[in-house]
Design a protein around this ligand. Sequence first.
Ligand code: TEU
Ligand code: CA
Length: 563
Amino acid sequence: MSWWKEVVVYQVYPRSFMDSNGDGIGDLNGIIQQLDHLQALGIDVVWLSPHFDSPNADNGYDIRDYRRVMAEFGTMDDFDRMLAGLHERGMRLIIDLVVNHTSDEHAWFVESRSSRDNPYRDFYIWRDGVDDGPPNNYPSFFSGSAWTLDERTGQYYLHYFAEQQPDLNWENPAVQGEVFDLMRFWLDKGVAGFRMDVIPFISKQPGMPNLTSEELRHPDRVYANGPRLHELLQTMYREALAPYDAMTVGEAFGVTPERMPLFVDADRHELSMIFNFDVVRLGRHHWRKAAWTLPELKAEFTAIDRAAGEHGWATSFLGNHDNPRAVSAFGDDRPQWRVASAKALATLVLTQRATPFLYQGDELGMTNYPFTSIEQYDDIEVKGLWRTLVDTGKVPADELLHHLAFTSRDHSRTPMQWTAGPHGGFTTGQPWLAVNPNHHEINAADQLADPQSVFHHHRQLIALRRAHPTLIHGTFHDIAPAHEQVFAYTRTTDRERLLVVINMSSEAVAFELPDGLAAGRTLLASGGSAPTTGTTSLGLAGWHALVAEVAEVAEVAGPPPNA
Ligand code: TEU
Ligand code: CA
């Protein structure tokens, strides 16, 4: 059995986790100080967002040196102590592999741009312009063209993200060799695997023709579908991963569930699992807030489960550092529903046939930040939108601000809320991004002391998952796919059948279980009480969530005599 199927992963965004030296920026010693928090929660694996040397145009997703630690985060010694601290507590570490692109300050790019015949020229993608413009109409995810003209050599280089993030040329075997080398460097240190940033983008389209107007709506789907992608992933697996039994999770932006088996079927030897974005992006299209319905969300969970099939494996998550807070996007972050909806979402994420990924602060039910003005934002994506949409008069400022208040990546990047004290106990200095003022109500210290907290609900669900392998491996069956408010499913193995029922709304609802199903012993309930054993009709309070055994058919009470 692959070890990574049975783990719960917790993502640490180091810049915002814990600051140990008062400079306002989270760091590796800060993580070390909070390892007991992670152990108390019961997670098995930490995914660390980039900790490498970087000029931080995109908070570390622009790497200058893959073998150095970002100075603001600490030293290689700190990294080694953090890794040892995790291992002592029975946890593993996966790190972020960002190799679709580097920083423009990486030595390879500095060489590459210096002249057309530099040996590193071919490490990146250089083209002549067309008619005084870029080589084609590819857009960058951070606004504007994906091409920047470099005056020195008169050619354009490709960057799917910021111009400070030039794309590597994976057609060049020397690039592949360098990447496999750096992967082995970290695996030899004892990291257990990688989260792979936009990994489907590494194979470019031959000739890079212009995108059609339809393709321009979803350039990620074209970028993620290059012809050499699977060959490259298989080579990477053979060269760098297989000898280490590493866990890998590909950030598969642009990959729909139908194509997921190509990445995760075990006999293909590519990746352990991928992040599919169809669920997490339901509430937004690019920067715009979008409407979604529960049946749509449920259909995505079923599609992902089917795509994982018998030979693959999936991930389950509702947020990360690129998305708003899960409670604000999928729950109800108003004070009266915040706790119940955070628990309901935890129940959803932690009872899937998939490896669950929690994002830092999810275990506290942290919410979106009440942003009101452009000055409060930090993200390069937001700045690009402002420059290209508002400054040019294409979109009124208040319209963009209205949408960003729901969709911006900065919501998830505000610092962890450790205490009710100044700056939420994150720093003794000035935090690089403001702490959410609701840290007085939402913080780790209070929640650890309160057995009814969102934190303890996560802890209990993680323990329940461990105690009931059915919650990991059992087949998934949505028993009410069309229901507008309730997400209800069974998880079944030869030995056990469990029922999960979640009211995904703040309205109370009477939910009838389908024929042949009755609730047995309740294993965990939140937002309302446990149902009586044998009942087939559940009175659910708003955001009520249950994990129960399915009662034996014989145990199901018949109709009352005079009904
Ligand atoms: O994200 C790539 C990605 O697909 C996004 O979700 C991206 O943030 C979005 O398109 C912006 O709207 C990865 C990283 O997770 C992200 O933080 C980086 O900015 C990006 O790659 C570039 O490395
Ligand atoms: Ca610091």
